[in-house]
Design a protein around this ligand. Structure first.
Ligand code: GRG
Length: 293
């Protein structure tokens, strides 16, 4: 199967599972459920759940067992986008090519929508079948650590506090580790845990996720200055306008491209101990380096 067909199949599996897990749009109170579905089914790339499924496969597991954590990471990711777009944060009108959640449902409802998606992430995660080495406790601890104030939220804090200031590359790497690489890594680790991965394989996937996450964010920074709003589905050039530290702003566009390629090579090298079953992860990393939105 080509990588394009593989990705489409994974996305279809994840979308069907998300549809089953989320309250129906008409369930009362219907406004919040409609808002949650609006945010979740907005045409995102589903990168994190795909990584979760592909990591399970890389460790000899089945997609079916990894679907609950795959949906959980997408729900956490979507909550972070809904809250990030709020006027009190990044103040954005456009996300995934459509008006942001608060533009359609109002600010109060968007706050609650993010809260509900985050809560639902853990409810869905708790449905994951334990494997021999890992149970619900390990799954929940993994996602909670990534969503908390040391990673995702901490990254957002550093980002907010850094706006307009003089950040150096080291600060930027720390923000990207927390905002982007942590959830990508956890997506991979949760998938691998459903497949009862050995500590050595988990370690390899952690190194893969770290480098892939940083590469993904460098590419995101590059696309923010080189692509149009139409192609990106979100407001282009926002980082620069907000005086945010980005890779192109700190090291220039050419060096940023070199950095993305270097990080992708490091990610691919980390997969070597996993062997042939990591083929899909390898293909995803290679494709992300070439992505245009
Ligand atoms: C807790 C409010 C809050 C924020 C946490 C994750 C985050 C910090 C903010 C979201 C905005 C942002 C720029 C995050 C960096 C990671 C990133 C590039 C997200 C976009 O991910 P894609 O491209 O999005 O996978 P789609 O729409 O395809 O799912």
């Amino acid at each position: 199967m080509s990588i394009t067909a593989y990705l489409a199949e994974c996305v279809a599996q994840v979308d069907a599972a998300l549809d089953g897990f989320l309250p129906k749009a008409k369930e009362r109170p219907a406004s919040i459920h409609a808002a949650m579905r609006y945010a979740v089914f907005a045409g995102g790339k589903r990168l994190r759940p795909v990584l979760c499924l592909a990591a399970a496969e890389a460790c000899g597991g089945e997609h079916a067992n990894a679907l609950a954590p795959a949906c959980a990471v997408e729900l956490m990711h979507t909550y972070s986008l809904v809250h990030d777009d709020l006027p009190a944060m990044d103040d954005d009108d456009l996300r995934r090519g459509r008006p942001t959640c608060h533009k359609v449902y109002g600010e109060g409802m968007a706050v609650l929508c993010g809260d509900a998606l985050l809560t639902e992430a853990f409810a869905v995660l708790a449905r994951t079948q334990p494997s021999k080495r890992y149970g619900t406790r390990e799954y929940v601890a993994e996602l909670a650590a990534t969503g908390g104030s040391r990673q995702l939220i901490g990254g957002q804090v550093m980002d907010l506090e850094g706006e307009g200031g003089q950040l150096v590359k080291r600060d930027l790497v720390r923000i990207h580790e927390a905002k982007t690489a942590a959830l990508l890594t956890t997506s991979l680790r949760l998938g691998a845990m459903t497949a009862n991965a050995t500590p050595a394989k988990l370690g390899a996937l952690t190194a893969f996720g770290y480098n892939l996450g940083l590469a993904f964010q460098v590419i995101d920074d590059i696309l923010d200055v080189t692509q149009s709003t139409e192609v990106l589905g979100k407001t282009a050039g926002k980082d620069e306008a907000a005086g945010k530290a980005t890779y192109p702003a700190i090291i220039g566009l050419k060096a940023s491209r070199g950095e993305a390629a270097r990080l992708t090579r490091a990610a691919l090298a980390a997969l070597v101990p996993i062997g042939k079953k990591s083929m899909r992860l390898e293909q995803i990393a290679t494709q992300l380096l070439r992505r245009e939105y």
